[in-house]
Design a protein around this ligand. Structure first.
Ligand SMILES: NC(=O)c1ccc[n+]([C@@H]2O[C@H](COP(=O)([O-])OP(=O)(O)OC[C@H]3O[C@@H](n4cnc5c(N)ncnc54)[C@H](OP(=O)(O)O)[C@@H]3O)[C@@H](O)[C@H]2O)c1
Length: 289
């Protein structure tokens, strides 16, 4: 039996974990979102942990509005960095193992080859910088009992994401324009959720703490991703490839953020699904396929 705290329970990964909880009937679950545990308020975590104890904390909550973070840097830093430090401290005091989700954005994305966990971290933009600060805080405070999974391009049948936006736009328009010069790999949140729970169930999370990249296998551009979503959904919308300059955003985006997953696969003896297979799973769940 494990007692598990899941933060950000209403987000993409949080909801996928909730959808899997029946597979672990002997585990006790506590799911929190802003109403139960507002990470923007210093001290809330300490108060929350006062009367509760957990074997594992799966920290899915974050300030994820990448562009809005440019105009709310203090709030983003508070949630993505300050709160992670407090959470790691509370976990340390309680003997709770921390599973923290991070991002491909923390790396130096000018390397133009798959990014390894040991590569330089030179994040650009407020979201990216605060996510790296959060990673460092967790490792600094509670390193031996922390597992960090750095994922990229997360989507799900739950919440808001690129897949849902493309489906909506393609249903409304004859043509959509999507950037074709940013390369990465989508991560299906259901795969990530299943992986996390599997690592807890098998004891592998505690046995192999540290930082690991996690994403689907394969590589695509946002344009390829959009084409594939719209093609699978059989929508009669033309997808036009455009360069990033034609779609300026307040926060810079990495041009090459393919993650090297060798450490994850070797460390956990696990394979990862090909991104298109996972996308098909997601679209089936949404009853589009
Ligand atoms: N989405 C991606 O493409 C992506 C890529 C790489 C890594 N990641 C990381 O993966 C993790 C999970 O991402 P996700 O896509 O599941 O995120 P998400 O869908 O945006 O969910 C984030 C959750 O955090 C909650 N939250 C925000 N501010 C909070 C606060 N002050 N107190 C408590 N909860 C708060 C949100 O609640 P509200 O909805 O009420 O605000 C939401 O439930 C995050 O650490 C993210 O940085 C995401």
């Amino acid at each position: 039996m494990h007692r598990i705290l899941v933060t950000g329970a209403g987000g993409q990964v949080g909801q996928e974990i909730q959808a899997l909880q029946d597979r672990y009937p002997s585990w006790e679950w506590v799911f929190t979102d802003k109403d139960e545990l507002d990470l923007s308020v210093p001290g809330q975590i300490r108060t929350f942990f006062q009367n509760l104890s957990f074997d594992y904390c799966i920290h899915c909550a974050a300030y994820t509005a990448v562009d809005r973070a440019e105009s709310e840097p203090e709030l983003a830093a508070r949630i993505n960095a300050g709160a992670v430090r407090e959470l790691a401290q509370a976990c340390k005091e309680q003997g709770t193992f921390l599973i923290h989700i991070s991002s491909d954005y923390v790396y130096d994305n000018s390397l133009n080859r798959p990014l390894q966990e040991t590569d330089p971290t030179t994040p650009k933009g407020v979201y990216a910088k605060t996510k790296l600060e959060g990673d460092r805080a967790a490792l600094d405070v509670h390193g031996p009992s922390t597992l960090i999974l750095r994922a990229s391009w997360i989507y799900s049948s739950f919440g808001h994401n690129f897949v849902k936006t493309m489906l909506r736009l393609a249903a409304e328009r004859e043509e959509i324009r999507v950037v074709c010069d940013q390369i990465g790999t989508p991560t299906y949140a259901a795969d990530l959720a299943q992986t996390i729970l599997g690592l807890i169930a098998t004891g592998q999370a505690k046995a192999h703490p540290g930082v690991y990249n996690y994403a689907g296998e394969g590589v695509c551009s946002w344009y390829d991703f959009a084409q594939t979503v719209i093609g699978l959904a059989n929508l009669p919308c033309r997808v036009v490839p455009i360069p990033s300059e034609a779609y300026p955003t307040p926060a810079p985006r990495p041009f090459y953020s393919v993650l090297d997953k060798t450490r994850f696969k070797a460390g956990f003896g696990s394979s990862l699904p090909y991104w298109k297979d996972s996308l098909e799973d997601c679209l089936r769940k949404m009853e589009i396929l």
